[in-house]
Design a protein around this ligand. Structure first.
Ligand code: GLN
Length: 290
């Protein structure tokens, strides 16, 4: 079948189903079916029957709001490509910036230690390892299903030549977590579950991302409250904390951090769409700031 009409029909179908970016999704699905970069679709004429049938099946699933990344099996994040599927939170483009912020914080350090709390697919941890080879990066995940994906992606990146990330089963609110690193960590970073209970989420998220990665109690900040204690304990004086948050937490999270004591330079940052997206703070202390 002709590629252009195939794409036009699929895009219409996805639009009717309420998919947010129907045309792009149709193109990415067809490109994945054909094993081509999306740009090559422009030069395509006819698509043979077998891939046409596979594409149709994927469009059906996407129309029933299965996440695009669960169909293609991958999610791009900065310079890495993560394997994703049922059981793990699909990394979002808006999280790429907090990973960039971590890299800025450790830019001058030869062998910094970075801890990613609630690592999921490993997007942040593996990006830091890929982009700062001297870093020791630890990825902590409490969800037994999700950590399979963390391990899988960490093994794949190590096999590709990146500095291995240490993957660890654990809860970011556990007072015993990584005790041996107390007072030594340069950056603690987290994209924790922060969705306020009862919030309405797109079906792709509500039905397919793991609940443990999403829900954060009445104001969405329950897990964050526990995480602050862990970060305060792990960080060295002058070390940095970065936490992603929901659109409506750009004031409440900085207030929470300031109120928990021992932090300076508390600031909030927008994502590329200009929405409040992550809070950062520096651990007070005598050591020179980095
Ligand atoms: N940003 C996510 C969403 O799209 C929520 C992620 C989280 O709780 N960490 O719903």
């Amino acid at each position: 079948m002709n590629a252009r009409s195939l794409l036009a029909e699929a895009a219409q179908r996805l639009a009717d189903a309420g998919v947010e970016s129907p045309r792009v999704d149709a193109e990415l699905l067809l490109a994945a079916v054909l094993g081509l970069p999306r740009g090559r679709l422009l030069t395509l004429d006819d698509v043979p029957p077998e891939p046409t049938a596979r594409f149709a099946a994927w469009v059906d699933q996407r129309a029933s709001r299965v996440p695009l990344q669960h169909l293609t099996g991958t999610a791009p994040f900065r310079h890495v490509e993560l394997a994703v599927g049922p059981g793990v939170f699909v990394p979002r483009p808006e999280t790429e910036q907090i990973a960039g912020w971590v890299l800025e914080r450790i830019a001058g350090l030869a062998a910094p230690t970075v801890v990613d709390l609630g690592a999921g697919s490993g997007a942040i941890a593996l990006s830091v390892a890929a982009e700062h080879p001297g870093a020791r990066v630890l990825a902590v995940e409490r969800d037994a299903g999700a950590i399979e994906w963390t391990r899988h992606n960490a093994a794949a990146r190590a096999a590709a030549g990146d500095t291995p990330v240490e993957v660890l089963a654990g809860d970011m609110t556990d007072p015993q977590l990584l005790r041996e690193l107390d007072g030594t960590v340069d950056v603690v970073v987290s994209n924790p579950p922060y969705v306020p209970d009862g919030a309405r989420l797109p079906r792709e998220v509500a039905d397919h991302d793991p609940p443990l990665a999403l829900w954060g109690g009445p104001d969405g900040l329950d897990v964050v409250r526990g995480l602050l204690g862990t970060a305060a304990r792990l960080l060295r004086p002058g070390g940095w904390l970065g936490i992603e948050h929901a659109d409506q937490q750009g004031d409440s999270l900085p207030v929470l951090v300031r109120g928990s004591g021992g932090w300076t330079a508390v600031a909030d940052h927008p994502d590329l769409a200009g929405r409040p997206r992550y809070t950062t703070a520096q651990r007070s202390g005598h050591q020179a700031a980095t």
